[in-house]
Ligand binder design. Structure first.
Ligand SMILES: Nc1nc2c(c(=O)[nH]1)N[C@H]1C(S)=C(S)[C@@H](COP(=O)(O)O)O[C@H]1N2
Ligand SMILES: [Mo]
Length: 266
């Protein structure tokens, strides 16, 4: 719903540009040989805006079982040593519950069994890491869109934040904990899933057990592993009463906080 509203706003803006130009050009128009050229240019801009939105809804390429990498690389954290995670793993994640909260009507706490009851999707996709390597894997998981609908987004919901179990960098202020975020266009993209299976087996620890994000239209670092909590927010750079950023360093993700693009589209 908000996705559509956003798109309308976008296209509305592009449309406003067109009609303003139309009006100001109005008096000298028809005879002016360049007019149709200008119009063509503006139409081009509108089409670009349209393409920007529709492209983001397009599916990432999917592969066949023969393409699956024999040795899918594991990167970043491969084994979280954070106390809470170690305890959950010791019990084979029997005590794990995914928290869904923030700007939702009905906050959720879902066990892995409950997550497996959610509308699911399986896809064979290529994972592209910013460091220059790629691997192809098969992922099965709960689609994020229906999960968010189950929780019910509040009207001011804009971003979905993934809080992870692992600390990738030891810092004094706690901003070394891994997290990531996406907007609602990607959240409702059909290939955006919370994967609990990789290559038809239970998701291994190295690849983010028990639950990791697959957001196939973006680079590897957006694919949060060890997801513990999903928080829906309005802003990524919110600050508390002391002027401290609430989410990491306020750029929407562990790597974006360290200079990488927040939107890492591929
Ligand atoms: N929680 C968490 N998620 C993470 C990372 C990490 O260190 N911690 N690394 C990111 C990076 S840079 C990549 S390329 C992928 C690697 O996923 P893989 O280990 O399944 O290959 O996870 C991403 N998600
Ligand atoms: Mo990466």
């Amino acid at each position: 719903m908000t996705v559509t509203t956003n798109r309308r706003r976008w296209l509305g803006l592009a449309g406003a540009g067109l009609s303003t130009l139309w009006l100001s050009a109005c008096d000298k128009l028809t005879a002016d040989p360049t007019f149709s050229g200008v119009l063509r240019k503006v139409e081009g801009v509108t089409m670009k805006a349209q393409r920007l939105v529709t492209d983001r809804k397009a599916l990432a390429k999917e592969f066949t079982p023969v393409n699956i990498s024999k040795d899918f690389r594991a990167n970043g954290t491969r084994f979280p040593t954070d106390e809470e995670y170690v305890a959950l793993l010791a019990d084979n994640f029997a005590g794990y519950k995914l928290v869904v909260d923030g700007l939702v009507e009905r906050p959720l706490e879902l066990t892995l069994a409950e997550l497996r009851q959610q509308p699911a999707r399986t896809q064979i996709t290529r994972h592209d890491c910013v460091e220059g390597w790629s691997s192809i894997g098969k992922w099965t998981g709960a689609r994020l869109g229906p999960l968010l609908d189950r929780a019910g987004l509040k009207p001011n919901a804009r971003y979905v934040v993934f809080h992870c179990a692992d600390t990738l960098e030891q810092t004094l202020d706690g901003t070394g904990k891994y997290y990531e975020s996406i907007d609602l266009i990607d959240a409702y993209h059909p290939q955006t899933i919370l994967a609990y299976q990789m290559n038809d087996a239970t998701l291994p620890v190295g690849h983010g057990a028990p639950l990791r994000l697959r957001v196939e239209r973006q680079l590897g670092y957006k694919h949060a592993k060890y997801v513990m909590r999903i928080e829906v927010v309005e802003k990524l750079d919110a600050v508390d009463a002391n002027g401290q950023t609430v989410l990491g360093r306020g750029r929407g993700g562990f790597w974006p906080d360290r200079g990488y693009e927040w939107y890492a589209g591929i």
